[in-house]
Design a protein around this ligand. Structure first.
Ligand code: SAM
Ligand code: SF4
Length: 361
């Protein structure tokens, strides 16, 4: 079947039209030789928190409920993606645990056989309601968890997330720590004047619960467009603060992982830094993203989106063979259109119109 014409930068202030078709290769290999193995699926743009670096407190324009992909649609896309070499599906959002059928989504995606056996199903969550959901999620086949926590201070948490719910997050982390899911990762966005004085304390907290903390440089993806390069806390600064307390030794063998890792005081504990702004790792990027409303993206920072929901619901969508080949063509086109790197550090960089909660982190 011929490839479906692509792209529509529909949500971009400067729409990018990248018409064309990708060669029908078996795997998802881009024009720079990067093999794509990881698909991040956003299940909703809604959230139980309002982290200042991600969402505004009010005035969010939510995706229309009718445009949110159904579980059948997600599973169909995941099946085709797995047949093209995707091995890991990371469920995210917004807050993925807000999705009413989250356990069903995990169970059905985890049942997919990839090229080399069962696929991995991971989740990034803010931890709220995790304690309640975790046994069912593990039973359904969840294999890995990342929980986000930016402070261990109650008042700071309430200020930063605009919700007084730190106990729910602690409860979620405790449940995850008591489970068999390993490695357990905690994500922290480092922010000046917010939590940059408690970075070692956060690492100590992670070590205590048997988790690995990864600091994330704040990225220009807040829905309020308030990101400021001059005030962001950099990788260097994070390492300096941790280095004042511990000896850090780089862990080799990063592969395509976004985090660089360091062994703490000879091990076994490790800490990671995801330095998307000051030390981009685009050369090894193996990730694609699917938004909750069915748009494929080849980069967090891209302004182009590939209209997969059009394939799932448009003309000819009633024929499953036609749909499957349309999905495959769209995945290939999205990969084919991937640039060698993001342009955050370029003066011409334009922040994507969607906030992080609507892209899927
Ligand atoms: N709600 C879930 C959570 O917070 O873990 C999943 C979605 S959230 C968008 C995924 C990750 O993106 C979180 O670790 C969050 O801290 C991170 N994130 C959100 N906005 C960010 C930004 N502007 N810069 C860096 N990381 C960001
Ligand atoms: Fe919600 Fe996660 Fe965004 Fe915080 S970072 S507002 S928890 S989606």
């Amino acid at each position: 079947m011929t490839a479906v014409p692509v792209v529509i930068g529909v949500r971009s202030p400067n729409p990018v039209i990248a018409a064309g078709t990708a060669p029908a290769s078996r795997g998802l290999v881009d024009t720079h030789g990067r093999v794509h193995r990881d698909l991040r699926i956003s299940l909703t743009d809604r959230c139980s928190l309002r982290c200042t670096y991600c969402m505004p407190e009010q005035g969010n324009e939510w995706l229309a409920r009718t445009s949110i992909l159904s579980t059948d649609e997600i599973v169909e896309v995941a099946q085709v993606a797995a047949s093209l070499g995707i091995r890991t599906f990371r469920l995210t959002g917004g807050e993925p645990l807000l999705r009413a059928d989250i356990v069903d989504v995990v169970r059905r995606v985890a049942a997919i056989e990839g090229e080399d056996g069962p696929v991995e199903v991971a989740m990034t969550t803010n931890g709220i309601t995790l304690a309640k959901h975790l046994p069912a999620l593990i039973d359904a086949g969840l294999t890995r968890l990342n929980i986000s926590i930016d402070t261990v201070d109650r008042q700071r948490f309430a200020d930063l997330t605009r919700r007084d719910r730190i106990d729910d997050v602690f409860e979620g982390i405790a449940a995850a720590a008591a489970s068999e899911l390993r490695p357990l990762k905690l994500n922290t966005v480092a922010m000046r004047g917010v939590n940059d004085d408690e970075l070692p304390e956060l690492v100590a907290f992670a070590m205590e619960v048997g988790a690995q903390l990864r600091f994330i440089e704040q990225m220009p993806l807040d829905a309020g467009h308030t990101w400021d390069r001059d005030s962001m806390v950099t990788r260097e600064e994070i390492l300096e603060k941790l280095g004042a307390r511990w000896t850090l030794e780089p862990v080799p063998g990063r592969g395509g992982a976004p985090a660089e890792k360091w062994r703490i005081d000879g091990g076994p504990h490790e800490v990671g830094v995801i330095a998307s702004v000051t030390a981009p790792f685009c050369g090894a990027c193996d990730r694609l993203r699917l938004t909750a409303d069915g748009q494929l993206r080849n980069c967090l920072f891209s302004n182009a989106e590939y209209d997969l929901i059009g394939v799932l619901r448009g003309d000819g969508a009633s024929e499953s063979d036609r749909r499957a080949s349309g999905i495959a063509d769209m995945l290939r086109s999205c990969v084919h259109g991937k640039l060698p790197g993001h342009a955050i550090n370029d003066p011409s960089f334009l922040q994507p119109a969607r906030g992080m909660n609507a892209i899927g982190g």
